[in-house]
Write a protein that binds this ligand. Sequence first.
Ligand code: XIL
Length: 380
Amino acid sequence: MDNPKFTVPVLARLKFIRTMVMQKLGDSKKLTEPETYNYSSEEAEYGPFKKNNRDNSGNKLIFGGAYDPEFSEEEKKIFIKEFNSLTPENYMKWGMLLKNNRLGEYDFSNLEKIESFASENGLNIRGHALIWGKVPGMGYPVDLYEKVLSDLNPRKRMIEIMDNHISIIINRCRGSVSEWDVVNEPFELSGSKFDVNPFYRILGLDYIKQSFWTARSIDPDAILVLNEQFDDYKGTRINRFLDLIDRMLEEHVPLDRIGVQSHILFTKPAIHDLYNFLKQLQERGLQFEITEFDIRIGLFIRSDDPFMVQANYIKDFCQVCRDFPNFRGITFWSQFDSRNWMDNSMPFSLLSPNAPGLFDTLYRKKPAYIAVASSLLNKQ
Ligand code: XIL
């Protein structure tokens, strides 16, 4: 199976160029990992979350990371020790489950490796993602649009193909996956427009509702999640997102939980904006989960101790989440600085240092880890 390249849409590119120009001076400062980090030996013992994963009301909290079966033995060891949940970084995406990334036969060999790793080590699996309209060949089959368009009734054909995929995957993973990102990123990466992907082109917004209804009909007990990226938590994008949720709820679409990705790449959002957004989710009776957290250390590079300032921001972020009774957990997308998606994806690879992880390049716990552990385990 090929690994299709991730490319960023034009608006996000422009935003990136602006940020790069603005930050270049600061960013080009070199990041040096210290000999020792500034936390106590008691703090160093915080976690692991396997044993400590309940909030004050007894709800199980997810503490997870993005997982790749290609992780080294050392990375796997840390993963098993520290986390209680994994999200397959790429291998559960529709295109990646198909031979040659095209409609037709599935190849579950990577998924099988992930499932064994999870079951052998008592890890939850987040199903990511059934329907994702980005990255042709990865998010969806590379030939999907052309196949659907060549049909006399493209609308009907699209629904058949989507329903078929959703049912094959949910049925296949019954027992190993109880939570699904049913639709991932209905909005463009940046701005407040819906992503004009093949699903939207053929079905309009119905593709979102359709996917949730199909998922629910196949597994009535699964937790169904709408997952979206925000780079701040206010403004038109948030309002449009809340409008979308309201429409779904009005139409009784089976939406259980909101996945708030939280890749923090360009500027750091104000914590009170995060609070206001989460409050709106709570008012709608929806659970939420931070599903893909990572924050570039480049945003703090001008400070004396970027590792500490990064950690302090993460601590504030986690504390706000934790205090909501509808919070269900947090998953990191780049837990290891030694391998993180930003260093390998344009344009972020040019924005180094990224160092968004909880463990540094020598696999030592960063202050960021202590920050998460202390806030989620209520140790102030
Ligand atoms: C990213 C992976 O981390 C990369 O390896 C891949 O090249 C592209 O996808 N939002 C999502 C994730 O929902 O699936 C994306 O993951 C990052 C943005």
